[in-house]
Write a protein of this length. Structure first.
Length: 169
């Protein structure tokens, strides 16, 4: 886990609402292994990062969204034959970027498939009694906006992001 926001800013900027990339006041990212225990690690990383940025009060909403984005990446974006051991390069990465009035959570995964392709797990239309399939509905409900875009260049896959507006302090 560490900081490396500059490598993700350029491709993320292409799919985000207009945000001045030079005004980034903080960025952090962590690689996540292809195991469901990674969701807990993503939440801890988010809690630590938000604490360092003085955004503890936003943890509940942001952590719920991070959990859903990471879970979707692990469940739906990884090929079935993805190795689940410790020696492989982690295929999923969480990025947190902070501007003065905005916070972006982004999850990169190796799939080119749209998260809104109409499959139940990716749909924002959901049955409230369903056991699964509410991930992006929750992301849509708890963030101010969200979206996705395919990666270009030497990176393959996509980034699914959620934006939170922050209060001016």
């Amino acid at each position: 886990m560490g900081t490396n926001g500059s490598t993700m800013l350029e491709p993320l900027r292409q799919g985000l609402p207009p945000i001045d990339p030079s005004a980034v006041s903080g960025s952090a990212s962590c690689a996540l292994p292809a195991r469901y225990e990674a969701v807990r690690g993503a939440r801890k990383f988010t809690q630590s990062t938000l604490g360092q940025w003085g955004l503890d009060e936003r943890f509940d909403d942001v952590a719920l969204v991070v959990s859903e984005l990471v879970t979707n990446a692990l469940r739906h974006a990884l090929p079935a034959d993805t190795p689940r051991d410790h020696d492989q390069d982690p295929p999923v990465r969480l990025h947190l970027m902070r501007w003065t009035t905005r916070l972006v959570c982004a999850v990169r995964d190796p799939s080119d498939q749209s998260p809104a392709a109409g499959d139940a797990p990716y749909s924002t239309e959901t049955n409230s009694s369903a056991e699964s399939g509410r991930g992006l509905f929750l992301v849509d409900s708890f963030s101010d906006s969200w979206g996705w875009h395919p990666l270009a260049g030497r990176l393959s896959g996509k980034v699914v992001w959620a934006l939170f507006r922050l209060q001016d302090k």
